[in-house]
Design a protein around this ligand. Structure first.
Ligand SMILES: [Zn+2]
Length: 235
């Protein structure tokens, strides 16, 4: 199937697919690779197709789909993929951001730590779970604290690699808050490392994106201290 990098394609109505996909897929941001027709199929049509194909996978493995414990699984998986764990692929699920003036004139960094990350590795379709710590220094605009959690959740609900997830969150924060002064750190465990392959139960992966003044060692150090991150400890 045709892939797109520049999102110059139009749908049948001549609408630029880039418009439908939204800001998080602008050319400068770390894009999730999507087909040009990603949003031309309805959620219901996607669920019907996934149910069909997942049934075939289970049958291929030799499972008896007449068994009452198994026969609802293809539908459950299809519904879970479309409505839950991959719902962050859909531009209309992107959290609406109300931005407020920083009336308190708080000019120091704001840190929201230990935000739950529940994502899925795009290489094995197994869970990635852990914590995100995000910070910004207001340029005059602020957002509700829970919006930080919602941004993390939205980008987590996609097939992901941790590096891209980290960058997508940082780019979105920069764009919403109109500042470069943003930092995102994710500490996470990958089921594909723990339960298969190398089977390492103890390791976790840390990724960080430091932008603007967070590139400064002192600012970065203050942020890391606020998070209480101990790089010798497991998530
Ligand atoms: Zn993996």
């Amino acid at each position: 199937m045709e892939k797109t990098n520049g999102f110059h394609h139009t749908n049948g109505n001549g609408q630029l697919v880039a418009d439908m996909i939204g800001d998080d897929h602008s050319l400068t941001s770390p894009k999730t690779p999507l087909n040009y027709d990603a949003f031309l199929t309805s959620d219901n049509e996607k669920m019907v197709k996934i149910e069909h194909h997942f049934r075939k996978i289970m049958e291929t493995l030799g499972l008896d789909l007449e068994d009452e414990s198994l026969n609802g699984t293809p539908y459950r998986v299809a519904k879970m993929f479309v409505n839950e764990i991959f719902s962050g692929l859909k531009p209309d699920q992107k959290p609406r951001m109300m931005v407020f003036d920083n009336n308190f004139k708080y000019g120091q960094m704001l840190v929201e730590k230990n935000i739950s990350v529940n994502s899925t590795c795009e290489h094995h379709f197994l869970p990635i779970y852990g914590k995100a710590h995000v910070a910004y220094i207001s340029s005059g605009k602020v957002i509700g604290l829970s919006k930080l959690n919602r941004i993390v959740e939205y980008f987590s609900r996609r097939p992901q690699v941790q590096e891209r997830l980290t960058r997508q969150i940082a780019e979105e924060l920069k764009s919403v808050l109109k500042t470069e002064d943003v930092a995102v750190v994710i500490e996470a465990k990958h089921m594909c490392v723990m339960h298969r392959g190398i089977k390492d139960q103890g390791s976790s992966t840390i990724t960080a994106e430091y932008c603007g003044s967070f590139k400064n060692a002192n600012t970065r150090h203050e942020f890391i201290q606020f998070t209480g991150m101990n790089l010798n400890r497991n998530v």
